[in-house]
Write a protein that binds this ligand. Structure first.
Ligand code: SAH
Ligand code: SF4
Length: 345
């Protein structure tokens, strides 16, 4: 089957899982260029073509969970822990607005110190002060909590499924239940958040078929945002000796995702920028349309290392913003000045 025909079938939404697998298996440079170019054109056609910026604030690295891949898992006793105060989270969010961001992503480990009411209060107070979209990324909670945070004004929720291979999910997440994670994602969608989910690529024992199934799940959920990055080992975790993922697998996955879900928001992630200095630019050229500069106050950054060699640990927030604008310019694209909701096609 010719590459162009497979791509055409996917664009017409008339494809089989084996079509996705065959694109994920491409390894010839010319074929990859065709794939990335098609994904890039699809991004330009089905979204505004402008790159949305999201300021990410990593406000606590306390975590009750022990996900086997993650540097801030509770079992990593060498990890110094920190929490930002509500006041600080609010003032940093306002600062992000002043710098030009129209979305702030509040991310943390699963830290129950930040109760339903505490986070609800933070959302309300940010929303009272500035007109900025709020994305939450704080992991699994319950039905009532998700409902309440939406009422307080949260716009989006980001929680990856990490992998749809249930056996692998179980092995990686000693505290989690796959079905409960799925239920959370359904609630989030039902309450009217923009739903963000995603996976890590190159997890130990993950297959191309798993990755194809991941894409099918995202489509079934009609997720609005898919954040995917390469798995990178962290020294303080049981997976420290596993090999890190490669940049091409991530780029292929992101490109195929763009062909399947044409109008969604797809970030070129920090992990992609960690695995290759031009990873984020390559992501934009392969169909991504979102960048998420780190806006965490610099004193905390070195304590939020989910994986080894994470980038942008010493830069101050203003520098990250300017650097991100440069990256967008370097690939001849423009930054968006809107809140960057999904533009349904
Ligand atoms: N506690 C929240 C948010 C913080 S973790 C949650 O789990 O949803 C955010 C993301 O970091 C996770 O979804 C995971 O996909 C990613 N991550 C964690 N460890 C990683 C690693 N070693 N390599 C690459 N990504 C990792
Ligand atoms: Fe905690 Fe999220 Fe890391 Fe899991 S991935 S250990 S929930 S911060």
């Amino acid at each position: 089957m010719k590459l162009e025909n497979i791509i055409e079938r996917i664009l017409k939404n008339n494809f089989k899982i084996k079509d996705i697998i065959s694109l994920l298996s491409l390894d010839n440079k010319d074929d990859l260029e065709v794939l990335y170019k098609k994904a890039f054109e699809t991004m330009l056609t089905f979204t505004s073509g402008k790159i949305h910026l999201r300021a990410i604030i990593e406000f606590s690295n306390y975590c009750r969970k022990n996900c086997r891949y993650c540097g801030i898992r509770r079992g990593n006793k060498d990890q110094k822990r920190y929490r930002m105060s509500s006041e600080e989270i609010i003032s940093v969010s306002i600062e992000a607005y002043k710098q030009g961001f129209r979305t702030v992503v509040l991310q943390s480990g699963e830290d129950l110190y930040f109760t339903k009411d505490k986070i609800g209060d933070i959302i309300k107070r940010i929303k009272e002060k500035v007109d900025i979209a709020v994305t939450l990324s704080v992991g699994e909670r319950d039905y009532e909590t998700y409902r309440y945070w939406k009422m307080c004004g949260a716009d989006r929720y980001l929680m990856r499924i990490e992998t749809t291979n249930k056996d692998l999910f179980k092995k990686l997440h000693p505290d989690d239940d796959y079905e409960y994670r799925i239920r959370c994602l359904k609630w989030i969608k039902e309450f009217g958040y923009e739903l963000g989910t995603g996976i890590m690529l190159g997890l130990p024992k993950q297959t191309l078929e798993d990755l194809a199934n991941d894409i099918l799940l995202f489509k079934k959920f009609d997720a609005d945002m898919i954040g995917c990055g390469p798995f990178l080992p962290h020294n303080g975790t049981p997976l420290f000796s596993e090999k890190m993922s490669d940049v091409n697998l991530t780029l292929k996955f992101l490109a195929v995702l763009r062909l399947v879900m044409k109008d969604i928001n797809i970030p070129a992630t920090t992990a992609l920028g960690t695995i290759d200095p031009y990873g984020r630019e390559m992501g934009l050229k392969a169909g991504c349309n979102v960048l998420m500069p780190n806006f965490t106050p610099v004193a905390y950054r070195k304590h939020y290392l989910l994986y080894n060699n994470k980038i942008c640990i010493f830069e101050d927030a203003n520098k990250c913003y300017q650097c991100t604008l440069e990256r967008i310019k370097n690939v001849n694209l423009k930054a968006s000045d809107s809140k960057g909701f999904r533009e349904h096609s």
